[in-house]
Every structure is written in C-alpha cells, then in structure tokens.
Design a protein around this ligand. Structure first.
Ligand SMILES: [Fe+2]
Length: 378
C-alpha cells in the first residue's frame, strides 16, 4: 500500500506494548522512514498537540474498564472536536459494547483490539490517513468555493452600486434640465417624492413598486421640458386655453421616460398623474381603478404640495386645510380608499417631511420664492 507524503500519527496514551506492536505493523506495511509517530501520555498535552499541528491520525489508547460515556471516552469526544479533519482511532485490548457504541456515535469506524492482526492494523491506519486527506481536500474545496462566491458577490455588489449611481445620475440630469426651464421644479419634485413615499408606506403600497413610484414622483412633470417657451413661461394667472396648452406634458413625460428602460414603469404613472377618479382628468379620462394605483396615490400628494405652496392664483394654505380640501374631493378627483389612508396621517407629519426635505436640499439650486414655486397644473 502506498501513501504520501509521510503520514503523521499522534499516539495518545498507548501502552509500551501497544506502541511496539503498531511500529512493527507499520514497519511491515511501509518503509520505516515513511511515517512519523509522536507519543504523548498527558491528556492536556494531547489536546494541545492535536490543536497545534496537522495530524493524519490520532490513535487513542483506551482502558476498556473505564470507557463508559463519562469515562475515557470524554477525551475522545474532546479530540474529535479539536481535530475536525484528523481521523481518530481507538485502541483497546478487549472492547465493551458500551465503548463500541460510544465510538460509533462519534463516527469512529475503526477500533483496534488485541485480536487485530498486524496487517489489519496497518490497513486501518492507512485507511485513516486516506480519510483525513479526503476530509482536508473537501474542507479546502469548501473554502475555495466560499472564496469564489464571496468574490462573485463583491463583483455583483460593485456592479449594482455602479448601476444605482448611473440611474441616480440620469434622474438628476433630467431634474436639472427641468429646473433650468422651470425654477423651483426640483424642490417641488423632491417634496412630492417624499410625500409619495410616506403615503405609500401608510397605505401599504407594494414595496417592490415603490422605487418606480418615487421615480415617477421625481419626474412627473418632466414632459414640461418639451413644451414651447410660450406655454411654459407664460406669466400671470393661466386662462383655460393656456391650461389646455399645458396638458400635453403628461404624455410627453411618458414618451421621454419610456425610452429609458429602468424608468419605463414610472412612465405609466407619469402619463396618468392628472387622471381623476371620476373620469374628468387627462390624458385618457380613465376612471377609478383603471387609473394606475401609483398615479392615484401621486395625484393626492401632488395636490397636497400645490395647496401648501404659494401659487400665482392663490396663497399657500396650511397642511390641515390641504387635508380637508383633498378630503372634499374624495371620490371625484381622488381615490376614496387612498384619501381615507391619507387622512390617517396627522398634518404635522407632512410639515416635518417638508422641513426635512427643504433642509436637505441644496440651497444653491433651490431658491424658494412664491413666484418660483411650481404652478398647480390643471
Ligand atoms: Fe403635472
């Protein structure tokens, strides 16, 4: 039988007679120079040695008379725990049923007795060596596999982070473009994004859809950048025909976002953010549940922000007034279920959100003044 490299055998508490017998058996099976046996009699020292070096076999001499579950097998249990890949063999003169049962429970498959022949003894030790090497190889495979998985996961995390940054940059660029054409648009979009997220949380809006809802809130009026200056920058209070001219921004917004894959789900909300529950909205005059849920939710917080900010046709109202006004339009402009959810939120919470968003926003790019505030669209 051949085995390499030289196996290392830790012989624990073996009698002189047992040790001699093992040496002669191994000498007969292997070259005397091709293995190493280290003797140790003290159990503390045995534990230290097993923990500090890679042994191929730990051969434990057991006194059968004391080999009960709480006797010398305790040491075997401890050694098994320490040398997780080292194969442990027992050596006892006349094994008891208790000893063999305890050994089997520990997964020790070979027990060497006085009846074990020299050839069987050498084979048992060499089997143990092979078993240890196989266990080590398996252990290394697991480490390699874990390392490869960790590396893969890190790459995925980096790519995901880059993708998120890229998506945020696209949204920021669109918002900057809108702000350039309509001062104050950006802070309005940031506020309604935060309001939409809050109402989504309170009303149980599906978590998986919330990123699309928030992107739609940020970009709901992006279609305005495609409107002519004569429409977008018309001063004063807008007359009905001028309000009519603004309406295409919903469809234009959808068209802009529909060409950007990660914004496509948001595009649908943008298209329908001016629909009304009773069918009097635009662009498709949809009614009740045929209006996308995100659009129904968004229209409430868009109105909340319009009412609580100065407009060119009326001064800002309090959040309390805004909640009451929106409630009056429940079932007509707004979804009654969502309005009921909306009314559970104390007006102070909306105020706190507004203050947080405006404090976080870059003051250089968001100079708030009444005339700069976003107009309330028809
Ligand atoms: Fe709009």
């Amino acid at each position: 039988m051949s085995i390499s490299p030289d196996p290392r055998i830790l012989a624990i508490r073996l009698s002189e007679e047992d040790h001699t017998r093992i040496r002669s058996s191994l000498d007969a099976a292997l070259s005397p120079d091709s293995y190493r046996i280290h003797d140790v009699s003290d159990r503390e020292h045995a534990r230290d040695l097993l923990a500090s070096a890679a042994w191929d076999v730990a051969l434990l001499g057991i006194d059968s008379a004391a080999a009960g579950p709480s006797g010398e097998m305790d040491l075997a249990v401890q050694l098994q725990a320490i040398g997780s890949e080292t194969t442990l063999l027992l050596m006892t003169r006349s094994p008891t049923v208790t000893l063999l049962t305890s050994a089997m429970r520990l997964g020790i498959t070979d027990c060497i007795t006085e009846k074990t022949s020299a050839e069987e003894l050498a084979s048992a030790i060499l089997r143990a060596v092979q078993r240890t090497k196989a266990a080590r190889a398996l252990h290394q495979q697991r480490i390699d596999k874990d390392s490869a998985h960790d590396l893969y996961q890190k790459k995925v995390d980096v790519l995901q982070s880059q993708l998120t940054n890229l998506q945020e940059a696209v949204i920021a660029a669109l918002l900057t473009a809108q702000e350039a054409r309509e001062r104050g648009a950006r802070i309005h979009c940031l506020r309604v994004r935060a309001y939409a997220a809050h109402l989504a949380e309170v009303s149980g809006y599906p978590k998986s859809l919330r990123p699309h809802l928030e992107r739609a809130a940020l970009l709901h009026d992006i279609g305005k950048i495609a409107l002519p200056d004569t429409v977008l920058m018309r001063p004063g209070i807008l007359m009905p025909d001028a309000l009519e001219d603004l309406k295409p921004h919903a469809v234009l917004g959808e068209q802009i976002l529909d060409g950007i894959e990660f914004l496509r789900p948001a595009a649908l909300i943008v298209r329908h953010h001016h629909e009304r529950f009773d069918g009097s909205g635009y662009p498709d005059s949809l009614t009740s549940e045929s209006i996308p849920l995100g659009a129904r939710l968004f229209s409430i917080v868009d109105a909340l922000d319009a009412i609580t900010n100065d407009q060119n046709y009326r001064a800002a109202q309090s959040f309390q007034d805004a909640v009451e006004e929106i409630a009056r339009w429940s079932g007509r402009q707004f979804d009654p279920y969502l309005v009921a959810q909306f009314r559970q939120i104390p007006p102070e919470e909306w105020k706190e959100i507004r203050e947080r968003i405006e404090a976080d926003a870059n003051p250089m790019s968001n100079e708030l003044s009444p005339q700069d505030s976003p107009s309330s669209l028809p």
